[in-house]
Design a protein around this ligand. Structure first.
Ligand code: AMP
Ligand code: MG
Length: 307
C-alpha cells in the first residue's frame, strides 16, 4: 500500500508542468492527460519510480507498460524499427498508436517497464500536456492509465482523483481526454505486423487475439528457463537463491524488505538467476499485499511447469 500523500490537482500550465517534471525526476508518478486517457507517468529509466506506478495503482500483476517519447528520433533510440514500423510511425505519430518493437540493448529502460521482455511498447503522444512533460523531464515516461486496478480508464482529472486520491502527489488537469479509449497497439517485432489491441487508429493487420495472453506464443510474459522453487527460506545444492528480507540469498530483492525495491529488481534478478551457473532457482517468501502480491503473481507464473 502506497503511503498516504496529499494529491494536488493543478490546471495544465507551464508551472504545473515544471512541478510535475520536478516530481517525476524525484522518482514520483504523476497523472497527466493524453489524447487517449489520463496516464500515470513515471521516469522509465528509474526502476523504483516504475515500481511506484504499480504501488499506486494496486495492480495485482506486472504487465509491460507503454513508454512515451516526444518524437520518432527518441523512439528509435530505444527500439529497433523495421520498414513497416517506420512507416506506421511516420503516418500516425504523434497520435494514439503504440508500436511494440525489439528493445535496443543499450536502452536504459527499467526491466520492470518491459516486464523483462526483449521488446518495448512505444508511443509518441499528441497531447500538449504529455508532450510538455516529456520535454521538461527529458526522459522516456512509462505511463499506464491513471486508475486503480480494476477501475475504468480515466478521461477526466476527477476520475483520476476518485481512483488515486492520496496515492499520488499530483494530477495535471487538462480537461477531457479527447479519444477516451486506449491507443491501438501493433507489434512490429519481425514477420508480419500483428494487431495486439484495437483502438482509435484503424490498422489493417491480422489480429493476434488470444495469442497476447498465451505465454510462449507471443512471449508476452517473461519467465526464466530454469525450474523455480517458491517460499524458500534457504537454498539447496544447485539452486541460485533470490533473497528477500531476512533470507540473504545469492542476491537479494531487498535486504530491508522494501517492496518498491523488490519490484524494481525483480526482472533483473530473474535474468541474473537464469544466467547463473546453478541449474535451478529458489526465491524467498515475499509476504504482504499490493506490490508483494504482484511479485508473487509473477513468481508463481515463472514457477508453473511449461511445455
Ligand atoms: P496500458 O499501458 O495499461 O494501456 O497497457 C499497455 C498494453 O501494452 C498492455 O496490453 C500490454 O500487454 C501491451 N504491451 C506493452 N508492452 C508490450 C510488449 N513488449 N509486448 C507486448 N505487449 C505489450
Ligand atoms: Mg489501463
Amino acid at each position: 500500500m502506497a503511503k498516504p500523500t496529499r494529491t494536488r490537482v493543478i490546471a495544465f500550465s507551464n508551472d504545473a508542468i515544471a512541478e510535475a517534471a520536478r516530481l517525476v525526476l524525484a522518482g514520483e508518478p504523476v497523472a497527466v492527460p493524453t489524447e487517449t486517457v489520463y496516464g500515470l507517468a513515471a521516469d522509465a529509466t528509474n526502476p523504483e519510480a516504475v515500481a511506484r506506478i504499480y504501488e499506486a495503482k494496486g495492480r495485482p500483476s506486472f504487465n509491460p507498460l507503454i513508454v512515451h517519447v516526444p518524437d520518432v528520433a527518441a523512439a528509435e533510440q530505444l527500439g529497433d524499427f523495421n520498414e513497416a514500423a517506420r512507416a506506421l510511425a511516420k503516418a500516425y505519430w504523434p497520435g494514439p498508436l503504440t508500436l511494440v518493437v525489439p528493445l535496443k540493448r543499450e536502452a536504459q529502460i527499467a526491466s520492470l517497464v518491459t516486464a523483462g521482455l526483449p521488446t518495448i511498447a512505444l508511443r509518441v503522444p499528441a497531447h500538449p500536456a504529455m508532450q510538455a512533460l516529456l520535454k521538461a523531464v527529458g526522459k522516456p515516461l512509462a505511463a499506464p492509465s491513471a486508475n486503480a486496478s480494476g477501475r475504468i480508464s480515466p478521461t477526466k482529472a476527477e476520475h483520476v482523483l476518485a481512483s488515486l486520491d492520496s496515492r499520488i502527489p499530483l494530477i495535471i488537469d487538462g480537461g477531457s481526454a479527447e479519444r477516451g479509449i486506449e491507443s491501438t497497439i501493433v507489434a512490429a517485432t519481425g514477420g508480419p505486423l500483428r494487431l495486439l489491441r484495437r483502438g482509435p487508429v484503424q490498422i489493417n493487420a491480422p489480429e493476434a487475439s488470444g495469442a497476447i495472453e498465451a505465454p510462449g506464443m507471443m512471449a508476452s510474459h517473461y519467465a526464466p528457463s530454469k525450474p523455480l522453487r517458491l517460499d524458500a527460506t534457504s537454498g539447496e545444492a544447485g539452486e541460485f537463491l533470490i533473497g528477500f528480507g531476512q533470507v540473504a540469498g545469492d542476491a537479494t530483492l531487498s535486504a530491508s524488505s522494501s517492496l518498491v525495491e523488490a519490484a524494481a529488481r525483480l526482472f533483473d534478478l530473474l535474468h541474473q538467476a537464469d544466467a547463473a551457473s546453478q541449474p535451478r532457482i529458489a526465491v524467498a517468501p515475499i509476504p504482504g499485499d499490493g506490490l508483494a502480491a504482484a511479485i508473487r503473481d509473477r513468481l508463481k507464473r515463472a514457477a508453473a511447469p511449461r511445455s
